[in-house]
Design a protein around this ligand. Structure first.
Ligand SMILES: [Zn+2]
Length: 278
């Protein structure tokens, strides 16, 4: 199954690659037809279910808003599960309202929200957390799960913790129940500047000593051109008023950081070979 996706990497338009890999979710690896291209004119997105599992309200925006909007526009059922209420960054009710608004703008279903502690995901007891995520996936039955990559975008400890938990959960499922897992990756070194700013500001939730090579180190398997959804992505960012601190949506997180992320969204298709400890 994985080999098929790798085979497609060189020859297939990026959306089709994501959709094709995704459409194979929950099918057996013995079905030889899986290697064939979808029939011309058939969009395999239509019946897909995508579930993005994110640490905080606003992680659905800079990392994946274009992908979610594109998939929703093509008829996929998309939903975001945010595992915290974002209380580390302000009033949780305000933050969840902003998340709901962003999801509505992107055309995805109202978000699911867990009440795990913002800033404390790395300290969660692992087994109960895995059980909760497993129950979530068994209930939502997504074909595709979207998450953050091994650098947690900018190394936030919650992002890193959820990255590990999500990999363990997905690959702990029986193959027949296992969704395809795609992780958001970014241009090499992209978030190092933001990480440095957080370190300088004394932000404790990012690790010490990470060089630029730690950010965006994973090769993207799928690069989605999302310029057509840039305005929608900016609108979703703008919905998170409490996080903008007066900045323009295009300057979210820090000035100049969003521009490449309005052009493309990059995804790593996770396989067994990736392991779960990175
Ligand atoms: Zn976050």
């Amino acid at each position: 199954m994985v080999g098929v996706c790798q085979h497609w990497r060189q020859t297939t338009p990026p959306y089709a690659k994501l959709w094709h890999c995704a459409a194979m979710a929950n099918h057996t690896t013995t079905d030889q037809t899986l290697g064939a291209a979808p029939p011309v004119g058939r969009d395999p997105t239509t019946s897909l279910r995508l579930l993005a599992v994110i640490p905080h309200p606003d992680d659905e925006t800079y990392a994946m808003a274009g992908t979610l909007a594109a998939a929703a526009q093509r008829g996929a059922r998309c939903q975001v599960c945010c595992v915290t209420r974002g209380e580390g960054g302000g009033d949780p009710n305000v933050r969840l309202g902003e998340l709901e608004r962003a999801c509505a703008l992107l055309g995805v279903a109202p978000p699911l929200v867990l009440d795990w502690p913002d800033g404390g995901l790395a300290e969660l007891p692992v087994e109960p957390a895995l059980a909760r995520l497993r129950a979530l996936l068994q209930q939502a039955r997504p074909d595709v799960v979207l998450g953050l990559g091994a650098d947690g975008a900018y190394g936030h400890s919650d992002h890193l913790a959820l990255h590990r938990l999500l990999r363990l959960t997905v690959f702990g499922l029986e193959p027949v129940d296992r969704p395809q897992l795609f992780e958001a990756v970014f241009p090499p070194g992209h978030f190092h500047r933001f990480w440095r700013a957080l370190r300088r500001a004394g932000f404790k939730s990012v690790p010490k000593g990470w060089g630029p090579e730690r950010f965006g180190a994973v090769t993207a398997d799928v690069v989605l051109p999302i310029a057509g959804f840039a305005e929608l992505k900016l609108a979703a960012i703008a919905a998170h008023v409490s996080q903008l601190n007066g900045r323009a949506p295009a300057d979210f997180l820090m000035p100049g950081l969003m521009q490449p992320l309005l052009e493309e969204e990059r995804w790593h298709h996770v396989t067994w070979a990736d392991g779960v400890s990175s």
